[in-house]
Structures are given as structure tokens and as C-alpha cells.
Design a binder for this molecule. Structure first.
Ligand code: CP
Ligand code: NVA
Length: 296
């Protein structure tokens, strides 16, 4: 039997994704002890607030036990290889949650751990965020049917997972507003489907018809071209001017953390249409849906 993993949204079928969304809803209403006597390790090679806390709390609420594993405290610093370390993790742990700077490390970790593994963000993708965002959107609009998303700014790990999800959900549309130079540099490695469109200038008509206005930092934690991107993408900042042309029931979403004054203004984060706090809270609900699907 294949060991379940969530390294990318492409590890899921449409049925799997729907199951996770349904699990999340059910568990939200009634926490169940599905992780009783289970121990799950968390490794964060990069910073994290939401993903780290929501997994720790979610595991506890499901009756399980979580352990923070810090590479700097393990023998991987001294004599043990990465591969041997992950093989040893498998002697004690039932599952692993891993945030890393390199997606290849995740694949290697899965091969040696040989038990369920969840990507808690990599340079390539952030599947847990997108599952949670789909939960937020579905909950807000009661359906994902004909939902139109406008994404502004960088082509990054979060958008990669959105694109993979768009393949599974042809009924949603994604309009990406970005700079042509970034598009040319990144797009070859991205999964494109017919429901995704790119624009290199703002388009008021598309924006005014969008259900979700969405952005993320212009420079991600695994990027190093901070100054260049900030300048190139400044015209795609979400501010009150953009929010003023959105339809009355549109929502603003940001996975957070935000670089206020760069991709978004403080006014927009606090705007009546902003659902960013609900979105952050929903990470906890969706993590539990993912853990149930993983069947640890
Ligand atoms: N959105 C998200 O993954 O946040 P953290 O980096 O704080 O985990
Ligand atoms: N794209 C961002 C997401 C943070 C949750 C990053 O990788 O830094």
C-alpha cells in the first residue's frame, strides 16, 4: 500500500481534496480523538507562525502528541546523514510535518522516513495553505462554483499550489496580475490550465468582477531578489484604490505574513472586505481535515 503524503496538491485527486474540505467541516463541529497514541514530528527549517501553531494545536485537539524537532539539536549536525536521520525518525514517529528551503529535501525525507509526510511550505509549493484557502472561500460563498480569483504580484510557491488546485477545480477562474519579466522567468515550471489567465497591467473590468482579491509577499522567504521584485511589482499593490472598484460582496485574502506597505496597505488588511483573520483561523480547521485524510 502507498504511504499517503501531501508534498503537493498533485498528490490529491479531486475526491481527496473534497474529502479534506468535508473532514475539516465535520471536525470543526465535533473534534474526534483520531490521533490518540500517535506522535507527529514537526521540523521548521524556515520561520513559521500560523503553520507551526495550527499544526501543534490541531494535533493536540485530535488527541495526538506533537514534537518540535530542531536540526541544530540533533546528531545530523555531527555525524549522521540527512537520510539516516529520517530513517531513524521512522522508528518513533507516526508522521512528519516539514517546512524547508528545498522541495528536493522533502522528497528525499519521504523516501527515507517511509511514513506520512506533509509539506509545511517549500520553495516550490504550499499545499496546506491552499486547502485552507479553499475551505475559507467555500465557507464564505457557500460553493466554489464560478468563483473568480484575482491574484496580484509575484509568481511564487503559494500560487503554484493554487494552479495545481485550479486543475482539480475547473469551475474556478484565476486571473494573475504580474510583471512580464517575472512571468517569463517562472512560468515554464508552473502547471497551467485553461482557467488561468495572466495580465501585465491592471484591468478594472476583471477586478470589478472578482470574488476574491488576493496577494502574497512580493519576496518569499526562499527568494533573494527582494529589492528588484519590490520595485517591479509596486504597481500591483492592493490599496484602497483597488478595493474601491471591487464588487460589494468581494473579499480580500492574504495567507500572511504581510509586508505592509509593499504588496498591501494596512487599510486593506483592516478593510471590511478583508477576511485575513478568518483565513488564518481556518488554517487550524483545515490542518485537522488534512490529518484525518492522512489516516495516520
Ligand atoms: N501562511 C503561513 O504559512 O504562515 P506562517 O509562515 O506563519 O506559517
Ligand atoms: N510565499 C510566502 C508564503 C509565506 C507563508 C513565502 O514563501 O515566504
Amino acid at each position: 500500500m502507498t504511504i499517503k503524503k501531501l508534498l503537493d496538491i498533485s498528490d490529491l485527486s479531486r475526491t481527496d481534496f473534497d474529502t479534506i474540505l468535508n473532514n475539516s467541516k465535520t471536525i470543526k463541529e465535533n473534534n474526534i480523538e483520531i490521533l490518540k497514541n500517535k506522535s507527529i514530528g514537526l521540523i521548521f527549517e524556515k520561520y513559521s507562525t500560523r503553520t507551526r501553531i495550527s499544526f501543534h494545536v490541531g494535533i493536540k485537539q485530535l488527541g495526538g502528541h506533537s514534537i518540535d524537532l530542531r536540526f541544530e539539536e540533533l546528531n545530523i549536525q555531527r555525524v549522521e546523514s540527512f537520510e539516516d536521520t529520517f530513517e531513524i525518525f521512522g522508528c518513533y514517529l507516526d508522521a512528519l510535518i516539514f517546512r524547508t528551503s528545498s522541495h528536493d529535501k522533502l522528497i528525499n525525507a519521504y523516501n527515507y522516513f517511509k511514513k506520512p509526510l506533509i509539506n509545511a511550505l517549500s520553495d516550490k509549493s504550499h499545499p496546506c495553505q491552499i486547502i485552507s484557502d479553499f475551505y475559507t472561500i467555500k465557507n464564505h460563498f457557500s460553493s466554489l462554483e464560478n468563483i473568480s480569483i484575482s491574484w496580484f504580484g509575484d509568481i511564487n510557491n503559494v500560487l503554484y499550489s493554487y494552479f495545481e488546485a485550479a486543475k482539480l477545480y475547473p469551475e474556478i477562474k484565476i486571473n494573475v496580475f504580474t510583471d512580464e519579466s517575472i512571468y517569463k522567468k517562472k512560468i515554464n515550471n508552473f502547471p497551467i490550465s485553461h482557467n488561468i489567465r495572466f495580465h501585465f497591467d491592471l484591468d478594472k473590468e476583471i477586478i470589478s468582477k472578482s470574488d476574491c482579491i488576493m496577494t502574497d509577499v512580493f519576496t518569499s522567504m526562499n527568494d533573494d531578489d527582494h529589492l528588484a521584485k519590490n520595485k517591479i511589482l509596486s504597481k500591483f499593490q492592493i490599496n484602497n484604490e483597488i478595493m474601491s472598484i471591487t464588487k460589494s460582496n468581494a473579499i480580500f485574502m492574504h495567507c500572511l505574513p504581510a509586508n505592509i506597505g509593499s504588496e498591501v496597505t494596512r487599510e486593506v488588511l483592516n478593510h471590511p472586505k478583508s477576511v485575513t483573520l478568518i483565513q488564518a483561523h481556518n488554517r487550524l480547521i483545515a490542518q485537522k481535515g488534512i490529518l484525518k485524510w492522512l489516516n495516520i
